[in-house]
Design a protein around this ligand. Sequence first.
Ligand code: NAP
Length: 250
Amino acid sequence: MKLDLTGRAALVTGASRGIGRAIAEHLAAAGAAVTINYRGNAAAAAEAVAAIRAAGGTATAIQADVGNTDEVERLVKAAIEAHGRLDILVNNAGITRDTLLMRMKDDDFDQVLGTNLRGVFLCTRAVLRPMSKQRSGRIINLASVIGLIGNAGQANYAAAKAGIIGFTRATAREIAPRGVTVNAVAPGFIDTEMTGVLGEETRKAILERIPLGRFGQPAEVAALVTFLASDAAAYITGQTFTIDGGLVMQ
Ligand code: NAP
């Protein structure tokens, strides 16, 4: 099955590197014009745009903090201006501030919730009007298996990711009549800068719990997201898909 997104326009938040970049590349390879959002790493975002263009795709980079209302409004407006429409939103931007709860500062909690959950809320709200007007759209939110099973040292991150799953379900029900689907993807451990900080011992302990015996690749998550963004997934909404080498089986 070839997934064809020709004529569609996508906005991927946090797409300067890691999973977001892979998603942007896959959507572009399927024919979508892609807006690559990033917060601070302009050089990496420019590199991601150049890679897509070199492969024959269409891409633009736009800086914005997804946790900031005004910046998100500007981002969505600029994305629509850049490619003339907006059909796909991938809420991927995310951060970690891992520490045990006893030592967790207010700021550790607020920053993680502010980017990972409030960011999803702000970006989703901002695309509702244009997607409702065109009576079609795809919203895909990056949750995490940590939002399902928890993890010591990640109470802030787990709360945000579990929040995304509830937000996905509520939004999916609310905007289904407008022809817009909303789904979440919950990756396990994927090889990116986010997991690159894990120590050797931690990594080994995690690997022992993964039936497929390895971390996932950003491209593997991107393939699932591209499927969910395509016409092939038209009858799927409100769902959360784990992609984790079998770590969590429900
Ligand atoms: P990453 O390599 O650390 O990349 C994070 C991306 O998010 C970067 O492009 C960064 O932009 C952007 N970003 C951070 N804060 C932002 C903000 N306030 N506004 C806009 N962009 C922002 O992360 P990743 O591992 O690819 O993770 C991507 C998503 O998947 C996250 O939501 C993460 O929680 C989720 N996830 C990851 C894993 C994993 O194992 N890696 C597992 C489950 C879920 P700059 O480059 O400008 O800083």
